[in-house]
Structure formats: structure tokens, C-alpha cells
Ligand binder design. Structure first.
Ligand SMILES: [Zn+2]
Length: 109
């Protein structure tokens, strides 16, 4: 007993990160600024405890300016069909363009 505490801590942090992202999602409509702040808090937590932000949440904010990305509001999503299918997400706050593979298989890793 006691030795497994570290692992438990990380789990708690992970839970807090996902809670912050769901809050971010929820408040965006009323206050995009608050929702950006939740993203920042989640990132700070991840960095402090060396917990990786899950890929699904990483796609919800801009890699460059960390704005919460809401499709059609703070981001624009396009599919590129040449060769490999990719999802192109452009951040409307800073103009940064992020590309993700379209296949779902990568999510497992
Ligand atoms: Zn941006």
C-alpha cells in the first residue's frame, strides 16, 4: 500500500483534464474566453504532472495559440482528398492550420 499512489495521482490528473475540457466545451457559447482559460488550466496540469493530453482533446484547441476550437465559430474544418484523406483545421484566431489523418485507427495509440 502507498506505493501505487503515483499512478493514482496521474489518474486523478487525467480526470481533471477531461473535466476541464468538457467544461471548456460547455461554456464556449457563452464565454469563449473562459473556455480558453479551461484549456490553459488543463495544459498546465498536464505539464506539471507530466500527463499527456489525450489526442481527442488535443484536437480541440489550437496548437499555436491554444484557443479552444469550435468548428464554424473559432475554427474551420476542411477535408483534403488528395492522396491521403486529411482533416485540415484552421484556427480563426491566429490562422494556424493543423492537419490530422482522417483514419480513426491512429486514435488507438
Ligand atoms: Zn490559433
Amino acid at each position: 500500500m502507498g506505493k501505487r499512489q503515483k499512478k493514482g495521482d496521474k489518474l486523478v490528473v487525467q480526470e481533471r483534464i477531461s473535466r476541464l475540457f468538457s467544461l471548456s466545451r460547455r461554456v464556449f457559447k457563452e464565454s469563449p474566453e473562459l473556455s480558453n482559460r479551461y484549456v490553459k488550466l488543463a495544459r498546465d496540469l498536464g505539464m506539471r504532472f507530466r500527463v499527456k493530453i489525450p489526442t481527442k482533446y488535443k484536437k480541440e484547441y489550437c496548437k499555436k495559440c491554444h484557443t479552444y476550437l469550435k468548428p464554424g465559430v473559432s475554427s474551420k474544418i476542411r477535408l483534403s482528398q488528395n492522396r491521403q484523406s486529411k482533416v485540415m483545421v484552421s484556427c480563426l484566431a491566429c490562422g494556424n492550420i493543423m492537419r490530422y489523418p482522417y483514419s480513426r485507427e491512429k486514435e488507438k495509440a
